[in-house]
Design a binder for this molecule. Sequence first.
Ligand code: NAG
Ligand code: NAG
Ligand code: NAG
Length: 682
Amino acid sequence: MFFKYLLFFLILSRIVASSQQEDVGFTYNGFRGVNMSLDGLAQITQNGLLMLANTTKREVGHAFYPQPVSFLNKSSGNVLSSFSTTFVFAMFSELAIAGGPGIVLVISSSKKFPGAFPSSYFGLFNTTNTGKSSNHVIGVELDTTQNKEFNDINDNHVGININGLISLKSAPASYFSDEENQFVNLSLRSGNPMQLWVEYDGTEKQFNVTLAPISIPKPKIPLLSLIIDLSQTIMDPMFVGFSSSTSALDVYHFVLGWSFKMNGKAKELSLSQLPKLPRMGMGSKTKSRTLVDIGFPVICVSLVLLSIFIIQFIVRRKKKFAEVIEDWELEYGPQRFKYKDLYIATKGFNEKQLLGIGGFGKVYKGILLPNSKEIAVKRVSHDSRQGVREFIAEIVSIGKLHHRNIVTLLGYCRRKGELFLVYDFMANGSLDKFIFENQSSSRMNNNKTLSWNQRFHIVKGVASALLYLHQEWEQVVVHRDVKSSNVMLDEELNGKLGDFGLARLYDHGGGDPKSTHVVGTFGYLAPELSTTRKVNPSIDVFAFGVFLLEVACGRRPIEPQASEECLVLVDWVISSWCKGLILETVDPKLEMNYEVEEMELVLKLGLFCTHSIPTARPSMQQVVRYLEGEVPLPELLPSLSQSHSMPLEGTGGGDFSIWCPYLGSSTSPSSSIADSLLSGGR
Ligand SMILES: *[C@@H]1O[C@H](CO)[C@@H](O)[C@H](O)[C@H]1NC(C)=O
Ligand SMILES: *[C@@H]1O[C@H](CO)[C@@H](O)[C@H](O)[C@H]1NC(C)=O
Ligand SMILES: *[C@@H]1O[C@H](CO)[C@@H](O)[C@H](O)[C@H]1NC(C)=O
C-alpha cells in the first residue's frame, strides 16, 4: 500500500516537474477533437471550426486552452516569459455597415468572467469593473463596433487592451504590404479569413500585433507595437483563449486554427489543413478563395475582370438610377421619392454634403428641386431579406406623425440593399454636439454652449413629443432610442425628436416574429429590458430620464474616464443628491447661470424617470405637467432598501437601491409616490 502511494507520488512529482520545465506550446490546425474549455455560445462545429458566436443576440462565448499556463520563467528567477501566438479567424455580419462587437484574444487570470456583459463589453467586463487593475486581463481586440465611450477610433480596428475596454493602442484594421510598402485596409467583418500574430518579448517588453489576409505571408512590420511591462498584469498562472460577444445583429465569429508557444515562436499554421468556412449569405467568399487556392491562371482572372468591367460599363448607365419597387409599395406612392431626385439633390451623395455618420448610416444634406427645399437624406444599407416590408409600413405610418417637436419624415426610397430616408433639414444638427463637446473642439456654429433657458426649452419640447407619441396619437408609438444625439435642433433651437424606427429595422431581422430584440443605446436602456423583451412606453420614460440628466450635467451617461464614483451619470447624481449636493453635478459650462428651481426639478425628475421599477416611473403626461410647473414634483425620498437584480449593461443607475440612507424622520411627510419609491427599490 505504502509503495503504491510512493509510486503515485513519484509519478505525480515527475509530471509536475516536467510541466514546469517544458514551455507550453500547441498548434491546432482546426479544432476537431481538441479539448477546449467552452462556455456560452462557443462551440466546436462538426468540421472543426471554433465558433465563438452565432446569431443568438446579446450573448457571450468563451473558449480557453483548458490548462493554466505559467508566464514566468521559473529557471531564471521568475522573470516574465516571451510568448508568441497566431490564429486565423473570420467574422461575418448580416450587415456590411455594422458588425457584432468582435473577438478578443485573451490572457487572463481566470477562464470565467462572472457578471460580464455582452456587446461592447466583449463578455469580459461590466460597467463597474472595466479598467480595474484587479482584473488581470490582457486582450487583443478585433473590434467591429465603434463605441465612443471607450474611445474606439472606428468600427473596424485592432487594439491592445489591459484590464479594460479602452485600448492602450489601436489602429484601423490593415496590414503592411511589403510589396506596396504601405498599410492596406481590411474589413474585419467581411467574412474573409485573416490571420493575427501576437508576440511579446519579455526582456524588451515589446508587444507586437500583426494582421494580414491569409493569402499574404506575415508582414514584416506589425500593425501595433507597444512597449509595455506586463509584470503587474500577469499572475501565475494565466489562461489563454478567446472571448466574443454579440449585440443586436446577426453575426458569426469563427477561429479556424490557433498556435501558441511560450518562450519561442508559435508554429506556423498549415493553412491548407484549416477547416472550411460555411457558405454565408454574403456571397462568394469561399468560391473566390478556392479559385486562388487552385492558382487559377492570372490571365483568366483578368479576362473575367475585363468582361465584368465591360458589362458593368454598359449596364451602369441603366443602373445608375435604378430602384426597387415592389407591388406592395404602390399604395405608398406619395411617400416614395425617386432615387434620381435624391441623387441630384445631394450632388450624387457627395462627401461634401455629408452631415454626419450615425449608428445606422450616413446622412447627407440635399436641396430638392423644384422648390429648393432643404432636406436631410439618411442612407442606410440593409439586407433585403430582412423585414423591409414591415419596416416601410412603419416608416409610412410614422410619416403621418405631425408634431412641432418631431423631425418630419418626408418619405423614403429603396434601392437594392439600400434604403433612403428623407427628413426635414435641421439647421443646428443634433443636441449632443452642443452639450458634450468641449467648446474648443467644436466646429463652426456649434461653438456656443446652450444656455439653461435654451436647454429647458428643448427638454420641454422633447417631453411633449413623447407625450404625443405615447398618448395623443392614434396608436401608441414607443420611440425606443431617446437620447441627446437623436434630438435635432432647428434654426430657432427648438428640440425635435428624430430617428424613428431605425432601431426597429434591425429588430425585424430575427427569426421569431414574436420576440423583439433589445435595441437602443447602452446607457439609456431600462433595466427591465434585460429580463423582458416587452416594449412599453416606460422604457422611453427611462431613457428620457437619462436624457434630462445629460442635458443638465452636460456629460454622457457613462464616462469611462471619470472616477469610479462618477462613471455612471445616474449613480453620480443620486450620490451627490444624498450628500445634499445635487447642484454640484450641474454642467460647469453653464457657469452657474441657471434657475435653481428649474435645475433641481430637471435633475430630480431625471432620477424619478430612471427608477428601476417601470411602474414607479411617471407617465409622460405627468412629466410634462411637472416640467410646465402645473403640478409640483412629489418629494422623493432616498431609500435605504437593498439592491435588486443587476441592471442591464450600461444603465447602471436607475436602481434606487443605492440611494443614500434615509434622510431621517424629520422630513417625514411622504406622498404615495415616495412610498412606492421606498418600497420599490428592492
Ligand atoms: C448558438 O449556440 C448556442 C450554444 O451552442 C446554442 O444554444 C444556440 O441555439 C445557438 N443559436 C443559434 C441561433 O444557432
Ligand atoms: C483606411 O482606413 C482608414 C480608417 O478607416 C482611412 O482613414 C483611410 O483613408 C483608409 N485608406 C485607404 C487607402 O482606403
Ligand atoms: C516587434 O516589431 C519590431 C518592428 O518590426 C521588431 O523590431 C521587433 O523585434 C518585434 N518584436 C517582437 C517581440 O516581435
